[in-house]
Design a protein around this ligand. Structure first.
Ligand code: C5P
Length: 232
């Protein structure tokens, strides 16, 4: 699977298919999130999978272990290559998820990048520093049998340092040097993400809103150093 994952942040099937049309030979790794999944349901996931695209289904599950295990069993039948949950659900929930989804790449969200240190303390009542929480949750995910975490590229060095290179970091918040940042605050270029040790990068608007999305996708792969990543 290529190390650049395109976020299909579209509201419906038609826009998604129109976007994918020029990618029909390349079949990039794509991410389907809540908007598209809740709008179109599992049929669209099956359809895109049948077309030959590897899929990261980004639904960030968080519920009691029994419910998460059963939900993961349903996602497993969709044959998605990668999916995720919130580490805040705890180790029992993560182990249950692993049982329900035994063979794909299962990732934990440690802290959403929208959570600020003030919010962590004042709203969630968590007094430890953000980086400690991220490492603690990532370690719990690893102990629970997960394959890695979704995090900022800026957090990748810390996660790899504590948990090893084989524990994956899948990182959104990517922009080319000449792009607008949109609502992302802590962004890096694909090359910087690679330098920081990201295993995979998730790229949305820098590709989906580009004048030539295929060229932007190839640029992201080249910038990230695809040939090397392919041989990992
Ligand atoms: O358009 P952009 O490249 O900012 O899109 C990033 C994608 O990664 C979006 O689908 C967004 O939901 C997702 N994401 C993120 N930050 C996280 C987790 C997921 O931007 N912490």
């Amino acid at each position: 699977m290529k190390p650049v994952i395109i976020a299909l942040d579209f509201p419906n099937r038609q826009e998604t298919m129109d976007f994918l049309q020029p990618f029909r030979d390349e079949k990039p790794f794509v991410k389907i999130g809540m908007e598209l999944f809740y709008g179109e349901g599992p049929d669209l996931v099956r359809e895109i999978k049948d077309m030959g695209y590897p899929i990261f289904l980004d639904l960030k599950l968080h519920d009691i272990p029994h419910t998460v295990e059963r939900a993961m069993r349903r996602l497993h039948t969709l044959n998605v290559d990668m999916t995720n949950l919130h580490a805040a659900g705890g180790s029992a929930m993560m182990r249950a998820a692993r049982e329900g989804y035994p063979d794909g790449v299962l990732l934990a969200v440690t802290q959403l990048t929208s959570t600020s240190p003030e919010m962590l303390k004042d709203e969630l009542g968590i007094v430890k520093p953000m980086n400690d929480i991220i490492v603690q949750y990532a370690a719990l995910a690893k102990e629970s049998g997960l394959n890695g975490v979704v995090c900022s590229p800026l957090e990748s060095p810390l996660v790899h340092e504590r948990l090893g290179k084989a524990f994956l970091t899948v990182t959104p918040g990517i922009r080319f040097a000449d792009n607008a940042k949109d609502d992302q605050k802590r962004v890096t270029t694909p090359a910087q993400a690679k330098e920081l040790g990201s295993s995979y990068i998730v790229v949305g608007r820098s590709i989906t809103k580009a004048e030539d999305p295929v060229a932007s996708y190839r640029r992201a792969l080249a910038d990230f150093g695809d040939a090397e990543a392919e041989n990992r």
